[in-house]
Design a protein around this ligand. Structure first.
Ligand code: NAP
Length: 342
């Protein structure tokens, strides 16, 4: 039985799914379905998963123009609403891609995502990366754009002003950031008229980012955690020999066995209980991931054990954003607490 046919009899009540309250007072489901097909899951497969996920109780969908499937996902979102789920019950996120940071590009790009997703408004629109650097979809990590630029706060603010305008126009209910660091967020918080409601960041048991996590929470920004399972299906270009897999960690495996669940589900349980909002991608296991966050919580001791296995292992390193020769990917992440100089 595939996920979609299993779904109707085994739906989980969306009211039972934990919610996150944002600083605006709005609530967002504390788990979403990721929709990046990692270059090997087709747009139609992802669109089917969106439909099936809604049928089992998901209401939150993490989309992006660069995933190349918003039109197909949009057809599913339309079908979901036609089947009786109200727009207000859904939480749909999209993201502005890196070659569209220009002041004249932001609003048309958002309108394009809205048209593809067949929506009148987005619940959340993110600046996908803080670097305005074009690279073709699927390119190798060694690929560099000839006119790649570092983070230039003045330019980011020009993009952000347009993001704020999207809220004023009613096209978007919340705006947020992704792949930011503490020093970059400090500048944005200083200068924003509408502050980010969320920061989307890599978060899993082997990459817990405690400082950034605490910083965003203290500033009333909700952390959304991507690659919550350690992205076992990520493209080859995003793999290095040093990478580790949280689902193979003996602590995660032991805890999963104690609860009778897959280690992936243990990662999702941990994420929701810690306070982030995981957005696991799945075409085959989305029901198990949703069911995992309702009931049978991890114990305090299990939460402490997982807190102790952080390997500081960033999987999505962002190499394609490097802007000059001789740099390493760590330069993108302001490791010493200062924005890496141009
Ligand atoms: N903002 C950003 O820059 C950014 C970057 C990366 C990702 N994202 C977002 O985050 C989402 C999630 O990240 P991700 O897709 O890289 O990785 P992920 O969610 O950590 O891992 C997805 C993989 O895990 C498998 N899986 C899921 N649940 C499972 C379970 N219960 N048991 C066994 N395997 C399971 C899936 O396989 P099946 O399909 O077979 O279930 C899929 O191969 C993306 O789809 C995207 O929406 C955002």
């Amino acid at each position: 039985m595939n996920q979609a046919s299993e779904s109707v009899s085994a739906a989980i009540d969306p009211a039972a799914i934990p919610k996150r309250r944002l600083y605006t007072g709005a609530t967002m489901p504390a788990i979403g379905l990721g929709t990046f097909g990692s270059d090997h899951v087709t747009a139609n497969q992802v669109a089917e998963a969106v439909k099936g996920a809604a049928a089992v109780g998901y209401r939150h969908f993490d989309c992006a123009s660069v995933y190349g499937n918003e039109a197909e996902v949009g057809a599913s979102l339309e079908g979901i609403q036609r089947a009786g789920i109200e727009r207000e019950e859904l939480w749909v996120t999209s993201k502005l891609w890196n070659d569209k940071h220009g002041e004249d590009d932001v609003i048309p790009q958002c309108r394009k995502s809205l048209a593809d997703l067949r929506l009148e408004y987005l619940d959340l629109y993110l600046v996908h990366w803080p670097f305005p650097n074009f690279h073709p979809p699927g390119c190798d990590v060694s690929s560099r754009s000839a006119d790649a630029k570092p983070y230039i706060h003045e330019n980011y603010m020009k993009t952000w002003r347009k993001m704020e305008e999207l809220v004023d126009l009613g096209l978007v209910r919340h705006i947020g950031t992704s792949n930011m660091t503490i020093p970059k967020l400090k500048l944005l918080l200083r200068d924003a008229r509408i502050k980010p409601a969320v920061n989307e960041m890599e978060l899993h048991p082997h990459f817990q980012q405690p400082e950034l996590f605490e910083f965003v929470v203290e500033n009333g920004i909700q952390p959304i955690g991507y690659c919550p399972i350690g992205s076992p299906g990520r493209p080859e270009r995003d793999r290095t020999p040093e990478d580790t897999a949280p689902t193979e960690d003996p602590v995660v495996v032991k805890i999963a066995q104690a609860h009778g669940i897959h280690p992936a589900v243990a990662c999702i349980k941990w994420a929701v209980q810690r306070g982030q909002t995981p957005i696991p991608f799945s075409i085959n296991h989305y029901r198990a991931n949703l069911a995992g966050i309702v009931g049978d919580p991890l114990t305090d001791e299990e939460m402490r054990e997982i807190a102790g296995i952080d390997r500081h292992c960033r999987l999505i390193k962002g190499q394609v954003f490097l802007w000059k020769d001789g740099q390493t990917w760590e330069d993108l992440w302001d490791i010493d607490g200062e924005i890496t100089p141009a």
